[in-house]
Design a protein around this ligand. Structure first.
Ligand SMILES: *Cc1c(COP(=O)(O)O)cnc(C)c1O
Length: 431
């Protein structure tokens, strides 16, 4: 399987190149050259297959001839070390809980799979791979934990000092070994700027094999298909299924669309967003006007110019009408989000996190006029990751799972750095 550049369809690369480089030339993204369909027997048997076997069948066509079957089995075993259960909230409404991984957010799926692939490719070359990531929170913790102790790979995480929640900070500053955290005296944009400058630094690139682990990497996108297949296989009523996806950069929704193209009978998608609604506006009005991001209580979705939108356009050949037939878009305010967290707590005794709450709202908005559907919304993070928002809303304490509690008692280790490139470079060279 080859991967093309969304900015230049004739530019084809191998899986290795797409994974190692993340971004395609001219700011394009990589997409699979073809989307294979799985045979009917697979769908008939899926209900009885373990999660790992479903994942294996789904991703195999994309890595064939690059990664052997035994190796792929190992990679999947290392990726999926936790379940993704469907929880019934009310009649025909299910939460797909994607937060049972080590950092309690769905990003664990993508980060862990990518770490395994990169390790595989790192073995083939002499230099150790250095992964640089700038984070405002969630990505850093998923990447740090996914790459922790992965041989031949070291990770350098840059984060803005004092601008990351204490809990998130603990998740990437307490690991040690091959994970180095750099606490930058500046903003997230400063961190991102340092990373971008490093990628253009000939001197650093000569000494190190530098790469990034950002969310647009195809190795983070592919494993996000796994749980759509798995969830569908476990639904009792599979007649008309709709998935509502709380979205920011739209990687999660794009993975669902690719799963559908592989033959998974999902009948409709709902793009659920907070006030950052550029894709919803496109779906409803046909014009795409990216904007600077607004801050909301579902902050992992505060994206004004979603990078995966170009992949979505490609999947529908830029045909607005066709995209609208498959995806409905709804956006919600913080007040609506808080209100529904209270309502669901009251009537179903279920604690939504602010992101899942937006997904639930979108699903309910769709079901209002389409009650014959079975609805699934993705619960993308555990509510304890957003304690400061959740507790005052539901007026109850949220239990922190043991896996998170463990991080809280560990000691933070970070290297302080100014936002000046020279001082950052010195740290990279010496660490
Ligand atoms: C990253 C994230 C999202 C948004 O996912 P996209 O793939 O960027 O649309 C939603 N919820 C949580 C908790 C996240 O961390």
């Amino acid at each position: 399987m080859k991967f093309y550049n969304t900015k230049d369809k004739k530019h084809l690369v191998s899986l290795r190149e797409a994974v190692v480089h993340s971004l395609a030339p001219n700011g394009g993204l990589y997409m699979p050259e073809q989307i294979p369909t799985l045979p009917p027997e697979f769908f008939k048997r899926a209900q009885t297959l373990p999660f790992a076997e479903i994942a294996f069948a789904v991703v195999k066509p994309y890595v064939e001839n690059v990664i052997g079957e035994d190796q792929l089995e190992k990679i999947i075993a290392q990726t999926i070390t936790f379940d993704a259960p469907l929880v019934k909230i009310e009649e025909n409404v299910f939460a797909l809980e994607l937060f049972h991984g080590p950092t309690l957010a769905f990003k664990d799926f993508g980060a862990r799979f990518m770490a395994q692939l990169l390790q595989h490719f790192a073995k083939e070359q002499k230099k150790e791979v250095t992964v640089l990531v700038a984070t405002s929170g969630d990505t850093g913790s998923a990447v740090a934990n996914g790459f922790y102790n992965v041989p031949n790979v070291r990770v350098i995480i840059l984060y803005p000092s004092g601008k990351v929640s204490a809990l998130q900070e603990k998740q990437f500053t307490t690991l040690g070994n091959n994970i180095t955290a750099i606490e930058v005296d500046g903003t997230f944009d400063d961190c991102q700027h340092l990373v971008k400058t490093a990628f253009q630094d000939a001197d650093l690139n000569k000494q190190f094999f530098l790469t990034s682990a950002n969310s647009i990497n195809i190795a983070r996108l592919l494993p996000q298909m796994f749980y759509y297949f798995y969830a569908w296989s476990r639904l009792i009523n599979k007649e008309r299924v709709v998935f509502s996806v709380p979205s920011g950069n739209f990687g999660n929704l794009t993975a669902g669309l690719i799963a559908q193209r592989m033959g998974l009978p999902i009948h409709h998608f709902v793009a659920s967003t907070n006030k950052n609604d550029s894709v919803c506006t496109y779906l409803n009005k046909g014009v795409f006007t990216p904007h600077a991001s607004f801050s909301t209580i579902s902050n992992a979705m505060d994206v004004g110019n979603p990078s995966n939108f170009s992949r979505m356009l490609d999947l529908f050949s830029n045909d607005w009408e066709r995209m609208r037939e498959s995806i409905s878009g709804f956006s919600f305010s913080d007040d609506e989000t808080k209100k529904v967290m209270q309502d669901v707590m009251k009537h179903s005794n279920y604690v939504l996190d602010p992101h899942g709450a937006v997904g639930y709202l979108g699903l309910k908005a769709f079901l209002k006029n389409n009650s014959e559907y079975t609805g699934v919304f993705l619960e993308t993070a555990h509510p304890s990751k957003f304690l400061e928002v959740v507790e005052p809303v539901i007026l109850q304490p949220v239990t922190i799972p043991d896996s998170l509690q463990r991080f809280l008692s560990r000691e933070k280790k970070s290297i302080s750095c100014s936002s000046n490139y020279g001082s950052f470079k010195k740290i990279v060279l010496n660490s």
